[in-house]
Design a protein around this ligand. Structure first.
Ligand SMILES: Cc1cc2nc3c(=O)[nH]c(=O)nc-3n(C[C@H](O)[C@H](O)[C@H](O)COP(=O)(O)OP(=O)(O)OC[C@H]3O[C@@H](n4cnc5c(N)ncnc54)[C@H](O)[C@@H]3O)c2cc1C
Length: 241
């Protein structure tokens, strides 16, 4: 998996603070901007989180390039609707010249030699069938139906910070599927590098100051001792809004 932050809104922490202050001031934006010091940025962002006033976080966007993930992952990713996606097309990109189908092998399969053998033969068989179908004049958009979920894909996608809070809340959870969880932690790392204050509390809600478990699973090793469900005094500070 290779994830890269291609672009982001400049000065994201500061822009969210400015948008927050806009709500409570009659001054022109330029004057507000002049008056906001570093401490004020911290105070405003914290206030937004505590009040669940999350719309100012929508002004800052993050565009990622993602390669080497499975279609099983991308299917989960694109369920996040408050986002924009461009994905490598299996209609226009042909795989018939490849030696081997590019695919992702789950760690549970990698750890088991017999399972690895079965997995490899299934992917080899899929590529052989794909080539056979193309040779019969079947178009790539139909031949691709033989591909497994493991087949690799590439995307460019954009989310705003509020939508990213929701994504991190769901996908940084210990119970999220391993590949998308791995992606979520990598994305959170790069987001924190460029917008540390915006993403200060982002992640699974069991990691917050006043945590709860969104899965309600006491069997999870990270299940918070004092967990209360959302809306019942959990002190939830960021998330689905
Ligand atoms: C652990 C887990 C298991 C899952 N299992 C399944 C499964 O078995 N089957 C399955 O189909 N999906 C499953 N999903 C996907 C899940 O149902 C969501 O589609 C996905 O996680 C995207 O979340 P979202 O809707 O909050 O995000 P987004 O689509 O980005 O939406 C963000 C927020 O906007 C609001 N919103 C967006 N669209 C609407 C709307 N039409 N109406 C009202 N409010 C809206 C909601 O508040 C939503 O939380 C699973 C997700 C997780 C995390």
């Amino acid at each position: 998996m290779h994830i890269r932050l291609l672009k982001h809104t400049p000065e994201p922490d500061r822009l969210v603070a400015l948008a927050a202050r806009r709500c409570y001031s009659s001054l022109p934006a330029e004057r507000i901007d002049e008056k906001i010091g570093e401490k004020e940025v911290d105070r405003l962002l914290e206030m937004l989180r505590l009040r669940n006033h999350l719309s100012p976080f929508e002004h800052v966007s993050f565009t990622f390039s993602l390669d080497g993930v499975s279609r099983a992952l991308s299917h989960q990713l694109v369920r996040h609707r408050i986002a924009s996606y461009s994905q490598e097309s299996q209609r226009y990109v042909e795989y018939n010249k490849l030696e081997q189908l590019p695919y992702v092998v789950p760690p549970s399969i990698q750890a088991n030699p017999e399972a690895t053998g079965l997995f490899q033969s299934a992917t080899e068989h899929a590529l052989k069938a794909y080539r056979g179908l193309l040779a019969l004049g079947i178009p790539p958009e139909d031949a691709r139906y033989v591909f497994p979920n493991a087949v690799e894909t590439k995307l460019i996608f954009t989310l705003n910070a509020r939508s990213l809070f929701n994504f991190f809340e769901q996908r940084c959870c210990q119970k999220a599927q391993w590949e998308i969880r791995h992606l979520a932690f990598k994305m959170l790392d790069v987001c924190r590098e460029v917008a540390p204050r915006v993403f200060h509390t982002a992640g699974a809600p069991c990691g917050y100051e006043r945590p709860y478990c969104r899965e309600g699973d006491p069997a999870c090793p990270r299940f918070p001792k004092s967990a209360a469900p959302p809306g019942q005094g959990s002190g939830r500070v960021a998330g689905e809004g």
